[in-house]
Design a binder for this molecule. Sequence first.
Ligand code: NIG
Ligand code: FE
Length: 397
Amino acid sequence: MGITPEGVLRKQGAEMDHTGTLSNAYLLMEDDRIADFGPMNEMPEADAYIDAEGGLLMPSFCDSHTHIVYAGTRDGEFLDKIRGLSYEEIAARGGGILNSSDLLHSTSEEDLYQQSIERVWEMIRKGTGAIEIKSGYGLNPADELKMLRVIRRIKNECPALIRATFLGAHAVGRQYTQEEYVDTICREMIPAVSEQQLADFIDVFCDTGFFTVEETDCILRVGAEYGLRPKIHANELGVSGGVQVGVKHQALSVDHLEQTTDAEIEALRGSCTMPTMLPGSSFFLGLPYGRAKAFIEAGLGIALASDYNPGSSPSGDMRFVMAMGCIRMRLTPVQALNACTLNAAYAMGVSEQVGSITRGKRANLIITHPMHSLTIIPYHYNSPFIRHHILAGNLIG
Ligand code: NIG
Ligand code: FE
């Protein structure tokens, strides 16, 4: 499953209904790459074999939106949520993102790395092979750079493909006014991040109670001067205008989209921006799910990602994300697979390297337990399904 011709970097509209499939087939890896594949009767000689024994072979998941570098947990707020407080109410009381920021400040860089790499390995064991990781719990220059250094270390030391995003504009740091903070991001943080080459992308939480469209516009303009392409948080808590300002700045993706109208669909049509939906935060916060079907019917592609973070989605399980795509957003299993692999790879700028079974791409592959159909993966949504996970040609133990 997941065979895609070379050069296809994303799927949109009706293209999402298809995935290249071969039954009774072989796949040949050379070093870290997919060298070839074809029908079993044409299998070439090889040094070693893994027999799939009736399992499916599919590309590893790509998770294009996470906040997995964080310190501690926010289980106290989880209890507040159970008692009836909303995400915004918790944030307005000084909890939420600021709570994680205080914890991160008092955690050493080494400890932060150890806590975060454990989450990375949990995700890898659950079938994820490419991960975008955001900063955004530092909220001052020193702590944002500390987070980004931890992401760089993860990138150098784990077998998954990692991309880093600077999300200084996640919330206003405690020691600043809103205006002072936006100014600090533009004048101090972006230049430092760029000079130290710590980020591939820039993000802003453009939403009710966080950053306005005007502030987002300003931050993205400065980001562009430093070569940072946007991937932004938009339309989670309100119809914020985030989608439109993202498209204006040629964002690689606009993410969340729990609150959209047809105007957002119109804005995205014909753009290079991948709408990305995060069913894990809809599930955990009790928000509406993104209108994935309407987007696809309008000819757009969509990606799905976990949003793994301590406040709104404390899970990086992409198989559960895929299942929620089917169960709650009514995607077909093939649409959900495309959303969690090729389109998610596009949304983090790596679809030339991963996200499908394509000759020359990195061999990031899952061999499942024996199953007769892809549908079994979201259907038995909580049963173990991975028999082997291979990253860059190596079996993960
Ligand atoms: O994507 N919405 C903004 N940021 C994160 C939540 C971060 C947090 O609560 O720690 C999200 O849901
Ligand atoms: Fe997020």
